[in-house]
Structure formats: C-alpha cells, structure tokens
Design a protein around this ligand. Structure first.
Ligand SMILES: Cc1cc2nc3c(=O)[nH]c(=O)nc-3n(C[C@H](O)[C@H](O)[C@H](O)COP(=O)(O)OP(=O)(O)OC[C@H]3O[C@@H](n4cnc5c(N)ncnc54)[C@H](O)[C@@H]3O)c2cc1C
Length: 482
C-alpha cells in the first residue's frame, strides 16, 4: 500500500454526499467558506443511487401504465403493459447522467471532493483512506456528518441478496420482476415498491406487523385506509398484524412462515422493515461524539453533536429518515456551523411524500397530533371525486385535508391523497408558513380546472362561518409564528 501523508485545512468538511451532505457543502460554499466533501461510495448517496431518484423514475412509469389503462376505451385504444427491463435501462441512464454531473457541479461551486472513507481522529480532524490506497489527513474548523443509513436487517427474514432482498438489492441488482413477491413491511418503501412490482406484473402480498399501512404519526389513518382500499381493488394482498417468523430458500423460491402460523411460497421476498444509521468505523469516540439509545448520533435542536465542532444531518441522526428532512437539516447545520447556532430543526415544516398506488403527502400536524399539542383543531376536506380535472382523467380517488384551529383560523397542517400530491403539498407547506394562516389559501387565484382548487373548495365553508361570525382575523400558520 502506498501510504502518503498530507494535511489540508478547510473551514468545513462534510462526510457523505447524499442530500444531507451535498446540500450542506453547497450551502457553506455559498456562504464563502472553504469546503471539502468526502464520499466513500457512489456520489449522491442512497437518494440518487438506490433511493428516491431511481424509485421515482420507475414509479412514474408504473403510474403512467395505470393512468393510460384507466382511459382504455375512453379515447385510448388497447391496454398497455410495462417493460421492466427497458424501464431499468432508462432509470440507469438517468442516474448515471446526474451522477456524472455531480463532481463538475460541486467543483464549479468551489467544493473540493475527496473519494474515500473518512474517519474522525478528533473533533476537528479526520483521515481519508482513498480508493487508490492513499491516506490523507484533513483539518477542519467544523465537520458535518452526513453518512446516512442502511437497510435494517430483520432476524426473522435475513436477506441473501438474491431470493430475499432489501431495497438496495432491488434498485442495484434486480433484473426481472418476480412472478410473486412478498413485501415484509407496509411502511413507505414497502408500499412504494409493492405498487411498482404490481404494475410490472408481479402478484404482490404485503405483510405489515402493525394495524395499518404507513403507521406513522404524521400520516392520518384515513390516508392509510384509502391506500389499503386501492391496493385491494387492484389485487395487492394486504395482510395486517402479521409478519414473518422464518423463511427457507429452496432453489428458485422462498417458503415463508408467518407469525399467524400459516406458510406460503413466493418467488422473491423484499424486506423493508426500516433503516439504521451508518456509524460504523466513523471514529465517533475519538471525537467525543455520543450516540443515543436508538443508535443514532445524538444532536441538539441546532443539529450539533456532543462535540461542539461537529454537526450531524439526515438519516445518521434521529428524525424523519427522508431526503426532504436531510435537505432541511443541511441548510440548518451549514448555517449554524458557519455562523454560530441560530437555526433550529423543525420537522413539522418538512413535507413527507409517499408515492404508491396513490400519492400521499402530508405536512405539519394531523388533527390527532394538533389535539395533543393543545389546539382546537378542525379538518376541512374535499374529495377528488368532485374535481372536474380528476373526472376528466377518470382518476377520482383521494382527498385533501386542511387542519386548522377552529378559533383562530391558524393553519396547523394537512394531507393530500391523490394526483400529484407531492407537488400540491407545497401549497399547504406555504400556507403553514404564511403570516395569513388559512386566509392564504382563500386569497390565491386558482387555475381551473386544477387539483389545487380543491384546497379552496375544502376551506370555503369554514371561511364563510369565520367571516359571518366576524372572526375575520386569522392567526399566522403555526410555522410562521415567531
Ligand atoms: C428505496 C428508497 C426510496 C426512498 N425514497 C425517498 C423519497 O422519495 N423521498 C425522500 O424524501 N426520501 C426517500 N428515501 C430516503 C432517502 O433516500 C434518505 O432519507 C436520504 O438519502 C438520506 O440522506 P443522507 O444525506 O442522510 O444519507 P445518504 O443518502 O444515505 O448518503 C450518505 C452517504 O455517505 C457516504 N458515507 C457513509 N460513511 C462514509 C464515510 N465514513 N466516509 C465517506 N463517506 C461515507 C455513503 O457512501 C453515502 O453516499 C428513500 C430511501 C430508500 C431506501
């Protein structure tokens, strides 16, 4: 091994080039700081290589197959089918293109990129073992950890990378859709990949150990139930309150034993039971960085670790394990690292989007969580069955919910289930951050026909009673409050 020692100094060194890492590096570079970014694997992290982007690219096609087939006999002649192999080739081209531009883009912004594994040797120092066998030493005023996460193993159903796979195996290695597949876990990744495989021809079963799909406090139960109904209608078998106790791989199939005593054979099994932070061999102890009881890097509200010079963003610290949250963290940690602690993380401001048989997006508080937080919440609703745009597309499932405070008209949050929910949610996010509260949604001129106009239809009856009761002063949305 060609061991070579160099030491360079940067204002900030970021470890990891996923959405948390690259956004933090760019933000600090925009603030005029000398920044380095270290990446041991593929540039772009989980999100670009085996997460959000490949998934969204494939799901777009899965959704198109459904949309076009819904209009078969209504102006479209004949049903269409997906070609998974060709879809994979398209997905790989998209990813390679973005990845190739990555170093160019960072270099243009003045960020120095090191390819290699980083290890902390202190709170302001690290080594980088590069892929060509060199060992570099870097000094840093501040360090941001953005090392992300990996699929959590599940003892009842260990993966083998072939018959029993996780989402990374799926995105990087799967070459054909199995005839039958069991998705272990009905969380975001489970329901998204279940729909994808169903649309490309698999017989899909989901085993969810909890009482509902997407069992998260930020997703209202009504959204989970609507998705489950849709799954049942299109032929995805949803089993709740059950999981896998053991499995046996026999050549080309997997025999699965369930906790309810039943057994069944599948061609493939996808394990999607959550993710765990990537902290192995990072040198946390040498830098004085503590880990919390769940195994995540412990941070305060400024995203500062127990070593004051080191911050952590994204999946490696506790919080929503989404690219959206990692991007939110990145702006906060970069600002705090560069200019002193001034911004606080607040995940109620960050939307969550799930793209499955229905698109589901939510932001802020559900009615239940708003009640717990001491508000007097009420929920304004409109169903897409009443939307002319939805009727024209023969796609009328789903709804919009606007959670607000009954007394003050304060925006507390909301959820959208239906077409382009992941785009529409930005309207609710903006309303939650507006000084005008609920009035923000009334004041806008909407395009007609559009999906977003359903926001106005949902809140109209509430606005009318507000105005008639002369309570026409709306408090700012909760996230616009000082
Ligand atoms: C199948 C799937 C679909 C998803 N879809 C979505 C979605 O649609 N929307 C959404 O918001 N979220 C989605 N997510 C979640 C999202 O991908 C993650 O939350 C996000 O990537 C986390 O970003 P991060 O920057 O924290 O870490 P990562 O993206 O995991 O990046 C971490 C990087 O750090 C590098 N690294 C680790 N250790 C070291 C080291 N010691 N030295 C150097 N480099 C190191 C890794 O190689 C990696 O490249 C999805 C996840 C999966 C698995």
């Amino acid at each position: 091994m060609n061991a070579q020692r160099k030491s360079e100094h940067f204002d900030l060194v970021v470890i990891g080039s996923g959405p948390g890492g690259y956004k933090a590096a760019i933000s600090a570079a925009h603030m005029g700081r000398r920044v380095a970014l270290v990446e041991k694997g593929l540039e772009g992290g989980t999100c670009l290589n085996h997460g959000c982007i490949p998934k969204k690219t494939l799901l777009y096609m899965a959704g198109l197959i459904e949309d076009v087939n819904a209009l078969n006999g209504r102006g479209i002649l004949g049903a269409i089918k997906g070609d998974f192999y060709a879809a994979l080739a398209h997905k790989e081209q998209v990813i390679a293109n973005i990845r190739d531009n990555f170093p160019v883009w960072l270099k243009r912004l003045g960020v120095r990129v090191y390819k290699g594994r980083a290890r902390l040797t202190g709170p302001q120092a690290l080594t980088v073992n590069t892929s060509c066998g060199k060992r570099l030493s870097l000094q840093a005023g501040r360090i941001i950890l953005a090392t992300g996460s990996e699929a959590a193993p599940y003892a009842g159903c260990p993966t083998d990378g072939e018959r029993v796979i996780n989402s990374r195996d799926f995105m990087l290695n799967l070459r054909a859709i199995p005839r039958s597949v069991l998705c272990v876990g009905g969380g975001a990744i489970g329901v998204e990949l279940a729909f994808l495989m169903h649309q490309f021809g698999a017989r899909v079963t989901i085993a969810e150990r909890g009482p509902r799909l997407l069992d998260k406090p930020c997703i209202p139960e009504r959204a989970s139930n609507t998705l489950e109904r849709k799954f049942r209608r299109i032929g995805v078998d949803v089993r709740k309150n059950v999981t896998v106790s053991s499995r046996e791989v026999h050549g080309g199939s997997v025999v699965v034993h369930f906790t309810d005593g039943s057994s069944e054979t599948f061609e493939q099994v996808l394990v999607a039971v959550g993710r765990r932070p990537r902290i192995r061999d990072l040198g946390l102890e040498q830098a004085g960085i503590e880990v919390d009881a769940r195994g995540f890097v412990a941070t305060n509200e400024y995203l500062q670790t127990t070593a004051p010079e080191v911050y952590a963003v994204g999946d490696v610290k506790f919080g929503p394990m989404t690219a959206n949250a990692a991007l939110h963290d990145a702006k906060i940690a970069a600002t705090n690292a560069v200019s002193g602690n001034q911004l606080r993380a607040n995940y109620n401001r960050v939307p969550i989007v799930i793209d499955s048989a229905l698109e589901i997006a939510a932001v802020g508080l559900t009615e239940l969580r708003a009640e717990d937080a001491g508000f007097e919440p009420d929920t304004a609703r409109a169903n897409f069955s009443g939307s002319p745009k939805s009727r024209g597309r023969h796609d009328t499932e789903g709804f919009i919910e606007v959670v607000h405070d009954e007394e003050t008209g304060q925006m507390l949050g909301g959820c959208i289930v239906g077409p382009e929910a992941g785009e529409q949610i930005h309207m609710l996010t903006a309303a939650c951050q507006s000084p005008k509260g609920l009035w923000f949604l009334k004041e806008i001129s909407y395009s007609h026909p559009s999906w977003c106009e359903e926001l106005e239809n949902a809140i109209d009856p509430y606005m009318a009673s507000f105005i008639q009761s002369e309570k026409s002063i709306f408090r700012p949305g909760i996230y616009a409050m000082p």
